[in-house]
Each structure stands twice: as C-alpha cells, then as structure tokens.
Design a protein. Structure first.
Length: 456
C-alpha cells in the first residue's frame, strides 16, 4: 500500500512545502502553514503516461447552434449592472467585503426579489442561525418572501438536499469559509477545505444549472481570504467596498466571464437595507455655491459609468528646515509625488517648503489615470490661493515630460458633467475636436495649463 505523502499549505498564499515551518518562505506570514493530505503516490501513478487509456470527449465547433445560458435578473438594477445583466444559469459568483459592509443584506434582498418572481431560491447560512436571518428579513420588510432557508455547514448535506427534486435557480452560501467537506481532513476555513468545498459547489452549479453565490471573507489588506485558486474557479468576483462610517457602498466587478470588468453598482445603507443610487455623482459632490481654493471636480469613469468626484488639495507653508508632510486620502500617494515633481521640474512651482494634503471627497477612491490634471489644478490653486471656476471640470493624464495626454471616453465624461450643470472642461488639446455640450479648453502641456490657471 502506498504511503500517504504529507505536505503543508500556506493559508495566506497557497504555497506548498514538504516540511512545516513557522514562517512561510513565499509570503512571510507566520503560523500559516497547515498540514494538507496529498494524493497517494505509487510507482504506477508516477510512471503512467496519460496520453492513452482515457475516455474520448465530444468536440464541437465554436459556431455550433446551441442554446446559450439565460440571465436571471435580480430585480436590483445596480447589482445587475455589476454582474453584466444578472446571474447566469450554472454560474458561480464570489462576493467579498469587510465585515458589516452589507454582503448578507444585499444577497438577502436579491434572494427575496428573485423568489417573489416565482423562482426557487435557497439561502444557506453557515455563520448565523436560521432565526437570525429571519429577523433580518423582517427588519428589511422581506419576511413574507418565499426563500428556502437553512443553517448548515456540511457540503454533503447541502448538496444532498439541493439534489432532491427540482434544483433551485439561485443558491446562496454564506460563507464559503464555514463550509466543511468530509472528503478532506482539516478544519473548516483552511486552504484545502475552502478549495474542496468551493469545487463541489461549483460542480453542482455546472451540472444542475443553478446560479451559486459564495460569500467570502477578506484579509486585513482587503483581498479575499483563502487560496487564490478559488478566484480562478468561479466565473465572477465581486468586491463590496466602502467605509461603515460612510453612507455609500460600491459593488465592483473584479472578474466577470459574462460581462465587462470594472463595472460598479452604487448603494446607500439605510435603516431599511441597501437602496440603489441611480445618480452616484450626487454622493461625492459637495455644495459649490462659493469658490474655494484647492478644489476641482473630476469626471471619473468606472467601467461604462461616469462618476463626478471632488478633488481637494491643501498646502501649508513650513518654517525653514522642517520636513514637509505628504498625506493622501482616496488616491495613490506615489502618483501625487510624481505630479509634484513634474510641477516643480516643468513649471517652476516649489512645493518643497509646503506640506501637501490631498483628499477625494466622500471617501471615494480614484484609480483612473485621468485624474492627474484635476490633481494638478487643485495643487496649483491651493499653492497660489486662486480659486478655480466653480462650473469647470478637469481631466487628463500627465506625462513626466509635462505633456498632457488624452484619455478614453472624453465625450462621455463631458456629457455627465453637463447633465449636472457644469459649463466647461479643462482637457488635453487632442480632445477638443470631440463634439460635446461643454465648452472645452485644450492644453498641450502642463506649462500652458498652469499659465492659464495663474492668469499669466
């Protein structure tokens, strides 16, 4: 009989080693190596050639006339937007977010809306008792929704129950870290258990045509806990973002095999649950009745949705010899250092004796490179103490040479700004040919842009 081979798997990064150690050699995490039962190695399995002896599979052409899987709308427009139109039959979706951000609330609302349309929906909770979920449903006004509810952690029991009779159209597992497979040794939540449980649930989804939603925990840095291979196994990965102290929540599509990535859905947390925000720009714009130095509006783009946010900058002059501070909230700090260096090298502005503070209003986080020009405008306005026009927006990418480069979807950004009452846009010169409802002021380089702001 072949002797079982022992191996140890890191729960943080999934690295495999043959010996236990206190610290993972790949990611540096301490006490993260857990023993995992590997497959049996025999002389036959080690030498056997897999090029023959198998079962021939059926190959079909890409243009084969087959029925494509249908989408199932959740009844929540913002969730459907992030999913690309709704859940797909037989798909597996992984949603992650910080504790208390609203993952279970959102999925319970979606489950209730789908069940009210006459579809079979099952909600399996591994963290809460069934009565706790019922209490939340009543608080949300969904106590009468025909959702099948259970509290279980055994994957075998769950799949046996779901396999009896007609399979559900939607199956929600909250959460995958609490699920346990008796085919694998180890406690629930370990790498091997999470991988095995997710694999069995995804196989059930593909075979029975059920849309499975898995709720995943997140680590302290915000990434989904467990092996990274789980993100490759599922069809869609959604990240639920936001601060519990803020009103809004953002559902971002990180991976989507059935739609575009970087699409977002915006929600507001209220006493009755999560409500949709059809105009997210209203959340991130403050009152602009009076002109204030160091502020400019930037039309960000999230997937196909433009979102207007306010960029705020503040500079404070220090006494000679003091070390200036650079503080950034909602943007990349390395990107800010680059913009400051270009302003000093190409435009002659000195920030070396100033503390610089940059903030994106409303707690929003900007990842769009087109924010460079808006940040530069806010910094120049704060340094010179000259307010910018309250009806203007700015967007464009800044190169190290000082060139202002064009960005994608300029007309879409301008249309959203015009819809909210803005009259002009500060943009790259190459984009002034695009027709839009805003008056475009184009600039080729950062020097001419600064001269325009300072009235030179």
């Amino acid at each position: 009989m072949a002797k079982p081979r022992k191996r140890y798997v890191c729960q943080a990064c999934g690295s495999v080693t043959s010996q236990w150690a206190g610290q993972c050699a790949d990611c540096g995490d301490w006490n993260s190596l857990v023993e995992d039962a590997g497959g049996n190695v025999t002389p036959f399995s080690a030498k056997h050639n897999l090029q023959s002896g198998g079962r021939a599979i059926l190959l079909s052409g890409l243009d084969a006339d087959v029925a494509l899987p249908e989408r199932m709308s959740t009844g929540i427009a913002e969730l459907d937007r992030a999913l690309g139109g709704g859940f797909v039959e037989g798909s597996a979706t992984l949603i992650g977010g910080d504790p208390g951000i609203g993952k279970s609330t959102l999925l319970l609302q979606a489950a209730a809306k789908v069940a009210m349309r006459g579809l079979k929906v099952a909600y399996v909770s591994g963290e809460e008792a069934a009565d706790q979920v019922r209490l939340r449903a009543r608080r949300l006004g969904l106590g009468q929704a025909p959702v099948l509810l259970a509290a279980a952690t055994s994957v075998r029991d769950i799949l046996t129950t779901m396999g009896q009779g007609e399979p559900p159209a939607l199956l929600i597992i909250d959460s995958i870290q609490t699920m346990h497979s008796d085919l694998i040794e180890g406690a629930a939540g370990t790498v091997s258990q999470v991988r095995a449980a997710a694999g069995e649930l995804i196989r059930f989804a593909k075979e029975r045509g059920t849309a499975v939603v898995l709720v995943g925990h997140v680590t302290k840095d915000g990434s989904i806990a467990g092996p990274r291979v789980m993100e490759h196994m599922v069809d869609t990965v959604l990240a639920f973002e936001g601060e519990r102290s803020h009103l809004y929540r953002i559902l971002r599509a990180v991976k989507n095999r059935f739609g575009g990535t970087d699409e977002i859905g915006v929600f507001a947390m209220e006493s009755e649950g999560l409500s949709e925000v059809s105009n997210p720009s209203s959340l991130f714009l403050t009152s602009r009745d009076e002109s204030v130095t160091g502020t400019i509006v930037f039309p960000a783009l999230e997937g196909t949705r433009p979102v207007l946010v306010e960029v705020q900058a503040l500079t404070v002059r220090l006494a000679s010899g003091a070390t200036p501070r650079r503080a950034v909230v909602g943007w990349d700090s390395a990107r800010l250092s680059m913009i400051l260096a270009v302003l000093e090298a190409r435009c002659g502005l000195s920030f070396s004796a100033c503390e610089v503070y940059l903030n994106i209003a409303g707690g929003y986080r900007v990842q769009d490179p087109a924010a460079d020009l808006a940040v530069a405008a806010a910094l120049v306005s704060a340094l010179s103490e000259r307010p910018l026009a309250s009806d203007a927006v700015a967007f464009g990418e800044i190169a190290l040479s000082g060139e202002i480069r064009p960005v994608a979807h300029g007309s879409l950004r301008c249309r959203e700004a015009a819809k909210l009452g803005f009259g002009r846009a500060l943009a790259p010169a190459a984009m002034t040919k695009e027709k839009g409802s805003l008056a475009l002021s184009g600039f080729k380089d950062l020097g001419s842009f600064v001269d325009h702001l300072l009235g030179r």
